[in-house]
Design a protein around this ligand. Structure first.
Ligand code: CA
Length: 230
């Protein structure tokens, strides 16, 4: 799960970032409107925490931009007290939730989890593909009721594939989704190849009906038993 935090109060930004990292999210940050717009329009986030009052712009305008570009993102507005107008405008523009400063990080986490719950398969915690059940909320996967051990990155990769069942996903997409910020600085994406290979092997060894097809030179695609030619 990848989260973008947009917040110009550095202290607050750092504390949210630290907290979310310990909760095992992939976290990126933006301290101003310009950076936030760039990131939000180029990359995909599962959730954006959006401060309204930024030194170089208004967070509400970012929501407008996203809407105009048909960019789907789950947004939780975090803003100062007494900004009821912003709240109404934000929710009108499709923000998922609104949190008034100051707030407890546990409260923020509860809201984030609720957003994810709604997002994932229209509120369902589980996805089932053949004999394979994925529990996004507890980050577990079961094949014929037997739990398969995946490490954090493997589960993140799996979520990306499962949530984009008909899409061809490039190595770059995987790298950016799972490893986050600064990944564009990496010279080559060979490490993705070996990581996906491990995941594919684990699924195959456990006889999962779900698999990941390597489309040479292009990327990967989720496959299920029905479509697979063996
Ligand atoms: Ca602010």
């Amino acid at each position: 799960m990848k989260i973008l935090i947009v917040e110009d109060e550095i202290q607050l930004l750092k504390s949210i970032e630290e907290f979310l990292l310990t909760e095992r999210y992939v976290v990126e940050t933006a301290e101003d409107f310009r950076t936030a717009s760039e990131k939000a329009l180029i990359y995909d986030y599962d959730c954006i925490l959006l401060d309204i009052n930024l030194p170089d712009g208004n967070g509400i305008h970012l929501l407008e931009k996203l809407k105009k570009e048909n960019k789907i993102a789950n947004v939780i507005i975090i803003s100062a007290r007494n900004s009821l107008d912003d709240k109404i405008k934000g929710l009108d523009l499709g923000a998922d939730d609104y949190l008034t400063k100051p707030f407890h990080l546990a409260e923020l986490h509860a809201r984030i989890k609720a957003v994810f719950r709604r997002k994932q398969q229209e509120g369902q915690q589980f996805t089932k593909i053949g004999n394979t059940k994925i529990d996004f909320f507890n980050r577990q996967i079961f094949i014929d009721e037997l739990q398969l051990d995946l490490n954090r990155k493997e589960f993140d990769m799996l979520s990306l594939f499962v949530n984009n069942p008909n899409k061809l996903i490039s190595k770059e997409n995987v790298a950016e989704y799972v490893w986050g910020d600064n990944i564009d600085m990496v010279d080559n994406f060979d490490f993705v190849y070996s990581q996906v290979k491990n995941l594919r092997k684990k699924l195959k060894t456990a006889h999962s009906d779900m698999g990941i097809k390597n489309i040479y030179g292009i990327g990967y695609k989720l496959i299920t038993n029905d479509h697979e030619t063996r």
